[in-house]
Ligand binder design. Structure first.
Ligand code: PEP
Length: 253
């Protein structure tokens, strides 16, 4: 079943004491506000996963990582495997974020490997897709997203597809303060859902939550989340303030 989801991506921000304050702030806000029908996920940097996981034991949120190795455990210096994430209590993991595609040259093939490893460990992948400004201006956004989805995700069997979350994150909207309009978001979300219907079937498409990401904040979240195919958000900058993040989680009608 499509779930309402708000996931916070802290990216490479905060020192340990600040991370401690932020996660305890989020935990307190969650006690104050009713987010019963919403899955709230917090994705801190690797060094803070254990801290966040400890707080999550007594709070109403799930723990996510921001990345995972596309290899199994072994001699891969600096990498973190899906099984290690599992051993820390991680339930979700962002995969294929545009910053990883851009700065670390991640390919759709590597992203497909990461998804496989996460699913093997029963960790839900939050798979990011989205076009750059040049691609949108050239009218190539539908083609780009179709290629990312087809090469990165559609190797999965229907049962596994249903276990994934997709995040549509137009690159031009990430960290820029320039949000996609609710109509632009709905158009792409419906397009992605339709791709799933065509490749699998409508039952599968109705199981997959599709999140919007890109300068989502407490002011615009309500309009975006009200759109038919928008099931919530992947939140960067605004997830670094407990109040803003939980206000976004309370933005569903
Ligand atoms: C992100 O990085 O996933 C993101 C959506 O960032 P921001 O909300 O800051 O645009």
């Amino acid at each position: 079943m499509r779930r309402r989801i708000v996931a916070g991506n802290w990216k490479m921000n905060k020192q340990f004491a600040e991370a401690d304050d932020l996660i305890n702030g989020i935990s307190e806000q969650l006690r104050e506000f009713d987010t019963t029908d919403v899955d709230v996920i917090v994705c801190p940097p690797y060094p803070f996963l254990e801290l966040v996981s400890d707080v999550a034991e007594d709070a109403e949120f799930f723990v996510g990582a921001q990345n995972v190795a596309h290899f199994d455990d072994g001699a891969y210096t600096g990498e973190v495997s899906a099984s290690m994430l599992k051993s820390l209590g991680v339930d979700y993991c962002i995969v294929g974020h545009s910053e990883r595609r851009k700065y670390f040259c991640e390919t759709n093939e590597q992203i497909a490997e990461k998804i496989n490893r996460l699913l093997q460990q029963d960790i839900t992948p939050i798979i990011c897709v989205g076009e750059s400004l040049e691609e949108r201006e050239a009218g190539k956004h539908f083609d780009v997203i179709k290629q990312q989805v087809t090469e990165g995700i559609f190797h999965l069997k229907a049962d596994d597809m249903q276990r994934c979350i997709i995040a549509y994150e137009p690159v031009w909207a990430i960290g820029t303060g320039k949000t996609a309009t609710k109509e632009q978001a709905q158009e792409i979300h419906a397009f992605i859902r339709n791709l799933i219907t065509e490749h699998y079937n409508d039952d599968v498409a109705q199981e997959v939550s599709i999140l919007y990401g890109g300068s989502c904040n407490p002011k615009n979240a309500k309009d975006l989340f009200a759109m038919q195919d928008v099931d919530g958000g992947l939140i960067g900058g605004a997830s670094l303030k407990a109040k803003d993040f939980i206000e976004i989680a309370c933005s569903f009608e």
